[in-house]
Design a protein around this ligand. Structure first.
Ligand code: SF4
Ligand code: SF4
Length: 89
């Protein structure tokens, strides 16, 4: 049971102080979750605190490797539109 942080992390520090298990640390090239410490917030909070505050879609994955804030979940934009915009860059 552990979440993980991807390369999409913007190193904003928002999640680090909220983790009840002190599992999140600043690292290079992006923040990391210590899998040995992460409890998925069970017993402390109803929702995982890191994913609740993270402003970046796709930056935090659950134990199955699925984004907790998938594309469109924060922006409200349909994922196919943001993917099309990314492809035009
Ligand atoms: S799910 Fe909870 S315990 Fe795990 S890293 Fe996020 S805030 Fe910490
Ligand atoms: S809140 Fe999200 S973007 Fe900010 S440091 Fe944590 S994982 Fe990275």
């Amino acid at each position: 049971m552990a979440f993980s942080i991807t390369a999409l992390c913007s190193n904003c520090w928002a999640c680090q102080p909220l983790c009840p298990a002190e599992a999140i640390s600043a690292a290079k090239p992006h923040f990391q979750i210590d899998a040995q410490k992460c409890t998925e917030c069970e017993g402390d909070y109803a929702d995982p605190q890191c994913a609740s505050i993270c402003p970046v879609e796709g930056a935090i994955l659950d134990s199955q490797g699925k984004p907790l804030n998938p594309p469109g979940s924060l922006s409200g934009l349909p994922p196919h539109l943001t993917m099309a915009a990314d492809n035009e860059r």
